[in-house]
Design a protein around this ligand. Structure first.
Ligand code: FAD
Length: 471
């Protein structure tokens, strides 16, 4: 019998649930990736993610070729392309790994309907992207968790070596099949895109790139707990884009974290569990895509402040750490976790702007954009989410800056206009008087913005805004 494996956000050829199950059950297995034209049409013509995906797809194609197979690469609407291909190849089943985003669930339901109707082909989905999905970790009352720590405890209790075992794809590689004609991968311009600046970023791509990052991170894991909050330090794994596109296996990373002793490994494991947690939240509460997790928070009235939103987006708020973070996002497609919290808090609680607008900006710019984690992070910062930051806790952008970038190293990397400021003023340049500004050759308001809001005033407004919500 024969089958088709449809690659999506699982761009690797090892420890791959759908590929393994297909190879084990069928003697001829074809593989396909579809560049979804509807999704591509929504993106700007230069997008780092398209380049990241293309490179990963090319590597998957090469790896499958070395294993004796091939990758069919198509462009179009998967709801049409997958059923047509399944019919043309005459396969009995299509295999894929589960994607939990509401839009992906809809797409998969449409594909399933079409393949069953058109070709009487089976459609099988597998858990691959997370360790536990859907209802696998529930409270004792069999309800979903909405608080992280008890979820984490239940998650850890449920974990056994079984869930971390790699799928031995290689064992059945002889079942990979080559279709009659395999076209080479499209170029970026054939996909309708201009080159982005991925090559100049310190982010290696594909399975090989992920492996390199992972190996380098194993050397730093012991220091993760103490270094992870300092954006000027290379303290985290930077594997998020790889986890997003599946160029690395979550089982492999989790297994490694679990096998190591020490606070670094335990803290990192906790972060990987946050990832599962937000996927679980999205699965059980899809309303979070457009609405607050807590319904009462929907009554919040946000400010309509396009100029403040633009200043935040462009990194021109006059708060150096916020600006450095927003420019890091713009220049690299990445933002350090501490800074995601600081900038999200700043937009919602200092500028009074709706978290959905910030979430959308991050979704456009982040290479690792993941609906579940991004929505979870934004709703956490805005205090509208499950297990969120309490609404009366408002980050002070200056204190955060003094604490997490004490020497201003990170700020100076991304905000060169204020490079010459002494450390004493790097976190709050507006405290300099005219002669101090002249001494370091910076005129505030001309060379670097004055603060767009006064934090103390903004804080009071936010407390007022939240106090009207029925708790
Ligand atoms: P590490 O510290 O090395 O952590 C390892 C992995 O654990 C990460 O790669 C990621 O997959 C996962 N992880 C870590 N922290 C979290 C978290 N809080 N929630 C969920 N998963 C986590 N992460 C994304 O992957 N995509 C997003 O779109 C995203 N948007 C965010 C928006 C906001 C407002 C906030 C506060 C956080 C967001 N995060 C998002 C979570 C986190 O900031 C990133 O995962 C992390 O910065 C990625 O860097 P790293 O790979 O070096 O992480």
């Amino acid at each position: 019998t024969s089958a088709l494996v449809w690659f999506r956000r699982d761009l690797r050829t090892y420890d791959h649930a759908a590929l393994f199950h297909a190879l084990k059950a069928h003697d001829q297995v074809y593989c396909v990736f579809v560049f979804d034209s509807t999704m591509l049409a929504k993106l700007p013509r230069s997008d780092r993610r398209v380049e990241f995906i293309l490179r990963a797809v090319v590597e998957v194609a090469e790896a499958l070729r070395r294993m004796g197979g091939a990758l069919i690469i198509l462009q179009g609407d998967p709801c049409d392309e997958i059923p047509k291909l399944a019919a043309r190849l005459g396969v009995q089943a299509v295999y894929a790994n589960r994607d939990y985003e509401p839009a992906a669930l809809q797409r998969d339901a449409a594909v399933e309907g079409n393949i069953r109707r058109l070709a009487e082909v089976e459609f099988f989905l597998f858990k691959d992207q997370v360790i536990f999905d859907c209802d696998e970790v529930l409270t004792q009352q069999r309800t979903p968790f909405s608080v992280f720590t008890p979820y984490k405890n239940a998650w850890l209790k449920r974990l056994s070596p079984f869930y971390l075992q790699a799928y031995p794809v290689e064992r059945y590689a002889a079942h990979l099949a080559i279709p009659d004609a395999v076209l080479p991968a499209p170029t970026l311009s054939e996909l309708g895109f201009l080159p982005a600046d991925l090559a100049s970023l310190p982010l290696p791509t594909g399975m090989r790139g992920a492996r390199r990052l992972f190996l380098a991170f194993t050397e730093r894991l012991d220091h993760y707990a103490s270094d992870r909050d300092f954006p000027a330090v290379n303290g985290t794994s930077t594997l998020s884009a790889h986890l997003r596109f599946g160029t690395v296996s979550i089982r492999q990373l989790t297994g490694y974290a679990q096998s190591q002793s020490g606070r670094g490994a335990a803290t990192w494991l906790s972060e990987l569990i946050w990832r599962d947690f937000y996927h679980m939240i999205l699965w059980h509460h899809p309303h979070v895509v457009t609405q607050a997790f807590k319904p009462a928070m929907e009554t919040l009235v946000w400010d309509d402040a396009p100029d403040l939103l633009a200043a935040w987006q462009q990194g021109k708020t006059g708060y150096p750490l916020v600006d450095a973070a927003m420019r890091q996002l713009m220049h690299t497609g990445f933002m350090h976790n501490r800074l995601r919290m600081v900038t999200a808090s700043f937009l919602t609680k200092d500028l009074g702007v709706d978290w959905r607008l910030g979430e959308r900006w991050f979704a456009e710019k982040l290479l690792d954009f993941d609906l579940a984690a991004n929505n979870g992070g934004w709703q956490w910062a805005a205090s509208t989410g499950c297990d969120a930051q309490p609404w009366f806790r408002i980050f002070n952008p200056v204190t955060q800056s003094e604490k997490f970038d004490p020497q201003g190293h990170f700020i100076r990397r991304y905000v060169p206009e204020i490079l010459s400021l002494p450390n004493q003023f790097i976190h709050a340049p507006w405290k300099m008087n005219a002669s101090q500004q002249a001494a370091c050759g910076v005129l505030l308001g001309r060379d670097y913005p004055l603060p767009v809001v006064d934090h103390a005033v903004a804080r009071e407004r936010t407390l007022q805004r939240f106090s009207t919500v029925r708790k």
